[in-house]
Design a protein around this ligand. Structure first.
Ligand SMILES: *Cc1c(COP(=O)(O)O)cnc(C)c1O
Length: 401
């Protein structure tokens, strides 16, 4: 079968809920993916940062293979010998006392929402069904009906209502508006839910004082600060948890994506005991959440992050990539944003939409994703080398001129 045949099959039999680039990938290794003709591409999306450790990382693959041949799923009705040790490792690595494992990112966010609300009622004393969770314009937290209900992306919302109430949306970066909201509604606010850096919105960094300001307001008004680190965390922004770069500690975090290095869907909600205690037997769960295969894969994925020092790599190589893009001085570039190996290149108005540039990059063996019309994002696996970045910079420079 040729590329056109695969496109025709997808067109005919698959839901059209994505508009992918027309490349049919067949295999991958490290920073490279290969299409059905054997053409090699540098992966500059890394599956939205799920593949921070690189494709088919041998250590993670080995863990997957071994555990798949031993014990894969018990459900949480019974215990398994991978779950406890993994929760300990994750808890100690990220510095939160308790772990609740789920599968997809959206489920971890749903877990965070449930935890925040129940904490609001049981600990803070918010009157029944009055809890509010503050969220921000441009947010992306997943695709469940509750979550898309507070999205500000019309495509994500339209036609899916009625939506879950209780999620006031405020401008990302405006501390004054958050403060005013708290002044009026503080007793009802259970939590603030935020991406420390907005990924899907186009790698948007908050003003420096925003997260510290939110921390202060949450403390003043006894509300939880919950950071969605599903894309920003685990090395992508150069830190295990991106929000720490702003000098604060969130009360709880969600992680996913790179938690498994791309080999299995694994997500988690982490918090200290004061929050996690709201979950008692029967109040929340997931058939696959915390299964032994997930634990084995995630344990190896975390080991790789630590042993290969991927946070530090992300920081240094990210700065190199960033500088390289700026140094090209292309008039087509309006702005280069980012932290670590997570870069949003915003095109100037007269450069036109980003998609054709991504298609031109694909022709030159680089896979990158446009987002929000005029931004190209570069987020390669963190195992990328300086030389590979330099090669990519040459191609990007040519596409931009
Ligand atoms: C990808 C993402 C999610 C959703 O994860 P899924 O695994 O696709 O459900 C949630 N929050 C953020 C910040 C993300 O980037």
């Amino acid at each position: 079968m040729e590329t056109q045949d695969y496109l025709a099959l997808e067109d005919r039999y698959a839901a059209h809920n994505y508009a992918p680039l027309d490349v049919i990938l067949h295999r991958a290794e490290g920073v490279y993916v290969y299409d059905i003709q054997g053409k090699r591409y540098l992966d500059c999306l890394a599956a939205y940062s799920a593949v921070n450790q690189g494709h088919q990382h041998p250590r993670i693959l080995q863990a997957l293979r071994e555990q798949a041949g031993t014990l894969a799923l018990t459900s949480r009705a019974f215990r398994n010998d991978r779950f406890g040790p993994f929760c300990k490792k994750l808890s100690e690595l990220l510095g939160y006392a308790k772990v609740l494992m789920m599968n997809t990112g959206a489920e971890a966010v749903e877990t965070a929402i449930k935890a925040a609300r129940k904490w609001g009622y049981e600990i803070k004393g918010i009157p029944e069904d009055q809890a509010l969770i503050l969220v921000f314009e441009g947010n992306f937290h997943g695709r469940t009906t509750t979550i898309v209900g507070f999205s500000t992306d019309e495509d994500a919302r339209r036609g899916f209502g009625p939506f879950t109430p209780g999620f006031p949306v405020l401008p990302y970066g405006s501390l004054a508006e958050v403060e005013a909201f708290f002044e009026k509604n503080g007793p009802r606010v259970a939590a603030v839910l935020i991406e420390p850096i907005q990924g899907e919105a186009g790698v948007i960094l908050p003003p420096k004082d925003f997260l510290p300001g939110l921390r202060r307001l949450c403390d003043q008004h006894q509300a939880l600060l919950i950071c969605d680190e599903i894309q920003s965390g685990l090395g992508r922004a150069g830190e295990l948890l991106a929000h720490r770069a702003f000098g604060i500690r969130a009360d709880a975090v969600t992680i996913g994506k790179a938690l498994s290095g791309g080999l299995y869907p694994v997500s988690a909600f982490l918090a200290d005991q004061e929050i996690m205690q709201v979950f008692t037997p029967g109040t929340h769960g997931s058939t696959y959440g915390g299964n032994p295969l997930a634990c084995a894969v995630a344990e190896a994925a975390l080991d790789v992050l630590v042993d290969e020092d991927l946070c530090a790599r992300s920081k240094t190589l990210g700065a190199h990539f960033h500088q390289g893009l700026l140094a090209q001085g292309s008039p087509k570039v309006k702005e280069v944003r980012g932290m670590g190996l997570w870069i949003g290149l915003q095109l100037s108005e007269d450069a036109g939409p980003a998609r054709p540039y991504c298609e031109a990059l694909r022709e030159r063996g680089i896979l990158a994703k446009d987002t929000h019309g005029h931004t190209i994002r570069f987020a390669p696996p963190l195992v990328i080398t300086k030389e590979q970045i330099d090669q990519a910079l040459v191609q990007i420079g040519e596409v931009l001129t």
